[in-house]
Design a binder for this molecule. Structure first.
Ligand code: SF4
Length: 332
């Protein structure tokens, strides 16, 4: 597999205005993120709300331009591609199919929208393309003239997937594609995404807060905290061995699908830190059970362990020494 997507030191910052005469604060929504995604691979981005996953997704879709750094798709800098070319190659599937579909348009018009924007299909090609993709995503032909309000949540998400795939993109950015659906429908949509991936050799960047789904669906996982990737590697390694203290905390919040199990306790006391005024050094240090002196002073660099990379002083030897890091690895 060759790299389809190459994200290099990407930063996305937004000025937050507080008053007419006050200097704006800078929100570092994405703070120096790097990763590659190979053709045919599924990379999941996980982390709490506000960690920068969705901003990063919008950057990959060309909706936000990086403040610095570079996103390369199939060897081309996204900055050099126009919006239509990006939309032909990279398509989104968003969380809430109801709000992402125009309620005044029929299923046919919704699905054909990317073709209409390109204005390259005749009306018979348009009709055929819509009918074909509806069959592939499991939508009945009878629903072709229906409006979103006449469809179930699962059907609406199938419409969103059909619209994403009608131009046969190479990369699909799925931003929490099942979290607004009933549990019984979630599995159907995940299976559909899996089948379509095989059929069209798709590459997915998959955003989710549900580690059970991520484990089932992805090849590799990037764990994000306050705009930074803190751990990245093969799914089994990241969610199994979990080098970073934050990944370990996230795992403690995973629900067990067994009614006899109690709900897990909240994984953190207190709220999420202010992203416009993040903690010094390692942003995670106020919530980290393993924080040492170096953690408040210095941002941890990223080091490699096996197939994973991790940004934590436990593994650079600065917080509590190499022995502590080795103990963590033996415990895991
Ligand atoms: Fe915890 Fe320090 Fe590692 Fe940050 S660098 S995760 S504070 S041990």
């Amino acid at each position: 597999m060759t790299a389809l997507l190459d994200v290099r030191e990407v930063r996305v910052e937004f000025p937050i205005r507080r008053g007419l005469f006050q200097k704006p604060r800078i929100l570092h929504a994405v703070d120096g993120v790097s990763f590659t995604v190979k053709r045919g691979e599924v990379l999941s981005l996980v982390g709490e709300s506000g960690c920068g996953k969705s901003t990063l997704a919008k950057t990959l879709l060309g909706i936000h331009a990086p403040t610095s750094g570079c996103v390369t798709f199939a060897g081309k800098d996204l900055k050099e591609l126009d919006r239509r070319e990006i939309a032909r190659q990279i398509q989104p599937v968003f969380q809430d199919p109801y709000s992402s579909l125009n309620p005044r348009k029929t299923v046919e018009d919704l699905i054909a929208l990317p073709l209409d924007i390109r204005a390259q299909a005749t009306s018979s090609q348009r009709r055929e393309a819509v009918a074909e993709i509806m069959g592939l995503v499991g939508l009945s032909r009878r629903s072709i003239h229906a409006y979103p309000s006449q469809l179930s949540g699962g059907q609406r998400q199938r419409v969103a997937i059909a619209r994403a795939l009608i131009t046969r993109p190479e990369l699909v950015v799925c931003d929490e594609p099942t979290s607004a659906l009933d549990v019984s429908v979630q599995a159907q949509i995940l299976n559909l995404l899996q089948d379509l991936k095989e059929k069209f050799n798709l590459t997915y960047v998959f955003i989710s807060h549900d580690l059970n789904v991520v484990r089932h669906f992805s090849d590799r996982v990037a764990v994000m905290y306050l705009g930074r990737v803190v751990e990245l590697g093969d799914t089994e390694e990241v969610l199994g061995r979990s080098l970073h203290p934050y990944t370990r905390k996230l795992k403690q919040g995973v629900l067990v699908p067994d009614p006899s199990h109690r709900l897990p306790p909240p994984i953190f006391d207190g709220g999420f830190p202010d992203p416009t005024n993040p903690p010094s050094g390692c942003h995670f240090h106020p919530r980290c059970p393993d924080a040492g002196e170096a953690c408040t002073a210095r941002r941890p660099g990223t080091v490699r362990h096996g197939s994973s990379t991790v940004a934590c002083h436990l593994y650079t030897g600065l917080a509590t020494g190499h022995d502590a890091a080795n103990e963590k690895l033996e415990d895991a």
